[in-house]
Design a protein around this ligand. Structure first.
Ligand SMILES: Cc1ncc(COP(=O)(O)O)c(C=O)c1O
Length: 432
């Protein structure tokens, strides 16, 4: 008898981690296991789900589109779902972002942004502007380019030889301030490294890439709004493109439709994914300014943007994304977001002074508790213990090492969210 086919699970160490939990159904904020348990999806299934699982409007749109047109390549062809989605995105994006390039996921949205920025400068006759600047604690995905702009970590260590060099500058990680300030004494001094770099080498730099206001996988690090505003100003002063990776922060996650909006900042390029389809299907999108797009339009074929993926602009994914935007228009989505933020703020304030807690931080629908730990970081021994504790309590939370975070679908009920916090409070006494 041949051996059964095995799934190789992501970010999973089979020799140490518990066996994967089989899920048979999902609805709203809940996942239902094969053995009859119900889990509260406290991390929106890796930050993708926004309106709840199996939202009827999105599921119906998928079914309807699947009966009409499943897929066609987007080179030389177009279709209503991609056109409608582009129109709809333009109504919510900063008005300067006029063109949308579709791809498959967050990593490909980032790869597209990086390549677009580098080729843009070549196309306008400034090929020397090709370096990329990225932040400490950054995470932008797992493909080679996205890994290059992500900060050094256990995730990237085996792949050093595959990563292209980037300029690395401080991020505004206030709890572990890189320049030794406190918020009371700080004038966003951590920006100085970027400022100096752009003054000295701006003429060789194509773009600065940031996760606006919230660095996700690096530890749910919330930046002061002024940090992003200063990055924007410096990029404009030194003729450097600003890439905002809104893969996590977009579609209401940080309280506004986009994090950039909360800071009043307009990037030159914006990466979207995760919540774009409401969390139902994979899709990436990279939006850019008219000036960037124009630089690729030429009778000289070598100026073409030679990039594309087989499933670029998949009609069914586009239909799901349009339906997700319909949900924003027809349901009180931002009221739900405000309620989640209110509960986050209240409950974080209650546990802030617990002796096990180092820092609490939050923005929009995202809350994080950084626990004190001798082995702080992704590999912290706290993570597997906490994970198991929460699953046994009927909650999916996947701490980033010693950082426990809550990032629920917007439809989570106040009772369920409070239940999650009650268990987090319990865990502080048990393990730390
Ligand atoms: C900010 C950011 N960019 C990019 C990515 C990569 O997205 P994906 O996992 O869909 O490739 C992620 C994933 O967590 C992310 O948080």
């Amino acid at each position: 008898m041949s051996a059964p086919l095995q799934i190789w699970h992501p970010f999973t160490q089979e020799a140490l981690d518990p066996r994967p939990i089989r899920i048979v159904k999902a609805e709203g904020a809940y996942l239902f296991t094969e053995d009859g348990r119900r889990l509260i999806d406290g991390i929106s299934s890796w930050w993708v789900n926004i309106h709840g699982h199996c939202h009827p409007r999105i599921m119906n749109a998928i079914a309807e589109q699947a009966r009409k047109l499943d897929h066609v390549l987007l080179a030389g062809f177009s279709h209503e779902p991609a056109e409608e989605l582009s129109r709809r995105l333009r109504t919510i994006l900063p008005p300067t972002l006029t063109h949308i390039f579709f791809s498959d996921d967050g990593s490909t949205a980032v790869e597209v942004a990086l390549k677009m920025a580098v080729q843009y400068w070549q196309n306008v006759g400034r090929a020397e502007k090709k370096a990329i600047v990225a932040l400490e604690n950054a995470y932008h995905g797992d493909t080679a380019g996205a890994m290059s702009v992500g900060d050094d970590s256990a995730f990237t260590e085996p792949f050093e030889s595959m990563r292209f060099p980037v300029h690395r500058v401080h991020s505004a990680y206030c709890y572990r301030c890189p320049v030794g300030k406190t918020r009371a004494t700080c004038d966003i001094d951590c920006i100085e490294r970027l400022q100096k770099l752009l003054e000295e080498a701006g003429s060789t730099i194509a773009a600065v890439i940031v996760e606006p206001l919230l660095q996700g996988a690096g530890g749910m690090i919330v930046h002061p709004i002024e940090f992003l505003q200063r990055v924007r100003r410096l990029c404009s002063e030194h003729d450097v493109l600003l890439i905002a990776d809104e893969v996590l922060t977009g579609f209401g996650r940080c309280g506004k439709m986009f994090a950039c909006e909360a800071a009043g900042v307009e990037p030159d390029i914006m990466c979207l994914s995760k919540g774009i389809t409401g969390g139902a299907l994979p899709m990436g999108a990279t939006a850019c300014t008219d000036a960037i797009h124009e630089a690729f339009v030429s009778t000289d074929r070598t100026r073409t943007f030679f990039h594309g993926h087989s499933y670029t602009g998949n009609p069914i994914a586009c239909a799901a994304a349009v339906a997700s935007l319909d949900v924003f228009d027809t349901e009180p989505v931002f009221e739900r977001i405000v309620e989640i933020s209110r509960i986050h703020a209240k409950r974080l304030a209650e546990i802030k002074n617990h002796p096990a807690v180092g820092d609490v931080r939050g923005i929009g629908t995202v809350a994080a508790i950084e626990l004190k730990a001798g082995d702080a970081g992704y590999m912290s021994r706290l993570k597997p213990k906490l994970y198991e504790f929460f699953v046994n309590a009927g909650i999916l939370l996947r701490p980033l090492g010693n950082v426990v975070y809550v990032l629920p679908p917007y439809v989570i009920s106040p009772a369920d969210l409070n239940y999650v916090y009650d268990r987090i409070a319990e865990s502080l006494d048990l393990f730390v």
